[in-house]
Design a protein around this ligand. Structure first.
Ligand code: 13P
Length: 251
């Protein structure tokens, strides 16, 4: 089974509108010829509409960094799946470690959002990953298993096929301390086993598992070469045309 590599940029809470549009324009120009890699950018939600419009006739998809699970109503400050779709968004990052650890999102929250995203037709990019203390305590596999089971509860086999998982060890995010290709591969392999146990081999083989955490244009190639690494979720290095383009091209 050949899985298409999927490189996504998570811009987090960075850039201005002007800088977002300039970045999108640069990526559109420089990635115009890319056909065999899937690419997406995930701007801050206030900019997604304009970024999506500027990338309309391109091969770059647009994702959001979060969504609320309810369709509409009295949920001040929240944004629904329908609203994202309405402005051209196709992907949504869910359960990012910054949302889990700073904004206290639980596996149950992530699960509701995953189910809502799937029901709407958005592709969820569901993040899992251990803290440094958890890795040092030897509990990485257990933590990732609990996050997987919690986040994908009640997700059907048909829907699972459409999910993307991002393994992002928290200690590697924004620290410059990238996981070694072998460390990434080990966890990706165990995630694929979790999928296989619950959904069978065929689906496990089709789900794409991205690595995230200090990916840059120098380390991307080696990590992406691992058999169970099917892409990257890139933070800091996705904020510059040059480095993001290099990462996509190294795939
Ligand atoms: P960095 O690439 O800046 O470490 O961020 C990774 C990340 O959290 C992507 O979602």
């Amino acid at each position: 089974m050949v899985r298409r590599i999927f490189i996504a940029g998570n811009w987090k809470m960075n850039l201005t509108l002007a800088a977002s549009l300039e970045l999108a324009k640069g990526l559109k120009e420089q990635l115009a010829g890319i056909r065999d890699v899937d690419v997406a950018v995930c701007p801050p939600s206030i900019y997604v509409q304009q970024v999506a419009a500027s990338l309309k006739d391109s091969n770059i998809g647009v994702g959001a960094q979060n969504v609320y699970h309810q369709a509409k109503g009295a949920f001040t400050g929240e944004i629904s799946t329908g609203m994202l779709l309405d402005v051209g968004v196709r992907y949504v990052i869910l359960g990012h470690s910054e949302r889990r650890h700073i904004l206290h999102e639980t596996n149950e929250d992530v699960n509701l959002k995953t189910l809502a995203a799937l029901a709407s037709g958005l592709t969820p990019i569901v993040c899992v990953g251990e803290l440094l203390s958890e890795r040092e305590a030897g509990t990485t596999e257990m933590v990732v298993r609990e996050q997987f089971e919690g986040s994908f509860a009640n997700v059907s086999a048909d829907d699972m096929k459409r999910c993307v998982i991002a393994y992002e060890p928290v200690w590697a995010i924004g620290t410059g301390k990238v996981a070694t290709p072998d460390q990434a591969e080990e966890v990706h392999f165990s995630i694929r086993n979790l999928i296989e146990k619950k959904y069978g081999k065929e689906i496990a083989e089709s789900v794409r598992i991205q690595y995230g955490g200090s990916v840059n244009d120098e380390n991307a190639k080696e990590i992406l070469a691992k058999p169970n690494v099917d892409g990257a979720l890139v933070g800091g290095a996705s904020l510059k045309v040059e480095s993001f383009v290099k990462i996509v091209k190294s795939a």
